[in-house]
Design a protein around this ligand. Structure first.
Ligand SMILES: NC(=O)c1ccc[n+]([C@@H]2O[C@H](COP(=O)([O-])OP(=O)(O)OC[C@H]3O[C@@H](n4cnc5c(N)ncnc54)[C@H](OP(=O)(O)O)[C@@H]3O)[C@@H](O)[C@H]2O)c1
Length: 275
């Protein structure tokens, strides 16, 4: 197995299990290079969003890499204001145009704003048109999905949520597994602050495998069947984060990592966000 190892979604589409995240990666050279380095290192999955304001550079990085469009899995997300203002279709088309692509592999509702049901119907239409190969949600809790799922024609393929050893999200993971919806972890390394990367337990497990803390956390995701999208704009870290297929965590190590859970969020809480 290697970095283009894939997870099959509930609609039969395969998503590479590790992707490059580009949140807080600046529009322009920074994002273009990160995307091109990732593709050079073998990544085939890039995770962006309209609100990251770097979709244009993601497209430019893809073209600069020379890797054919059809080999790369692109995710982007509809932003909250575009949902509230009922400009979902327009916003989707703007994302296509900025990236310079004809279709998106996975289009997500970024946050569960009040009119997510109406938005989902528009995503279903986009999906039916073939311009989004899969559609899904992000930051949805069990109660949001309980509301959405009885009404859908197309089941969400994924739920992308904050998830790491300090926030293991077990109840949501069990719920999604029962519904056959894949889970993706955002801020898998704990985001910008790096607190998890400095955790002594993570460091001890990493040292015993001669790997880095980031590699251990990415591996913990993979061995738990979780799709993971670590972000970096540094070439050596992008390469490092992909180099996770030459070791295996033992059941005891997985248990030690699970035991770090403290339901600690580094990002906003989907129950209480004001943007
Ligand atoms: N759906 C949502 O609401 C949502 C929310 C947040 C994030 N996301 C997605 O999830 C992706 C990942 O989350 P994230 O960007 O918040 O955080 P993350 O991937 O957990 O952590 C990124 C941070 O870790 C550093 N880093 C990366 N690899 C490292 C390594 N090997 N060793 C040491 N430090 C390392 C990065 O620094 P450098 O870049 O300086 O290397 C950056 O500061 C985002 O980019 C985005 O695509 C989605």
């Amino acid at each position: 197995m290697a970095i283009d190892d894939r997870t099959r979604l509930n609609n039969g589409v395969d998503i590479p299990s590790v992707g490059l995240g580009v949140f807080r990666s600046h529009e322009g050279k920074e994002t273009e290079q990160a995307v091109a380095w990732a593709l050079e290192a073998g990544y085939r999955h890039i995770d962006t969003a309209k609100v990251y304001k770097n979709e244009k550079s993601v497209g430019a990085g893809l073209r600069a890499s020379g890797v054919p469009r059809k080999e790369v899995f692109l995710t982007t997300k509809i932003w909250n204001d575009d949902m509230r203002d009922n400009r979902q279709l327009k916003s989707f088309e703007e994302s296509l145009e900025k990236m310079g692509v004809e279709y998106i592999d996975l289009y997500l509702i970024h946050w569960p704003v009040a009119n997510f049901l109406a938005t989902w119907q528009i995503l279903e239409e986009i999906h039916a048109s073939g311009r989004a190969k899969a559609i899904g949600v992000s930051n949805f809790q069990i109660h949001h999905l309980d509301k959405l799922l009885p009404l859908v024609k197309v089941k969400p393929a994924v739920d992308q949520v904050e998830l790491h050893p300090y926030l293991t999200q077990l109840p949501l993971r069990q719920y999604l597994a029962e519904k056959n919806i894949a889970i993706e972890s955002w801020s898998p390394l704990g985001g910008q602050g790096g607190a998890i990367l400095r955790d002594t337990e993570v460091a001890a497990i990493a040292a015993s495998h001669h790997k880095s803390p980031a590699q251990v956390i990415i591996r913990w995701n993979l061995q738990n069947g979780i799709i993971v999208i670590p972000k970096s704009v540094h070439k050596e870290r992008i390469v490092e984060n992909a180099n996770v297929y030459d070791f295996e965590l033992t059941a005891a190590e997985l248990a030690r990592l699970n035991a770090l859970n403290r339901d600690r969020r580094f990002g906003p809480d989907p129950e209480n966000f004001n943007f």
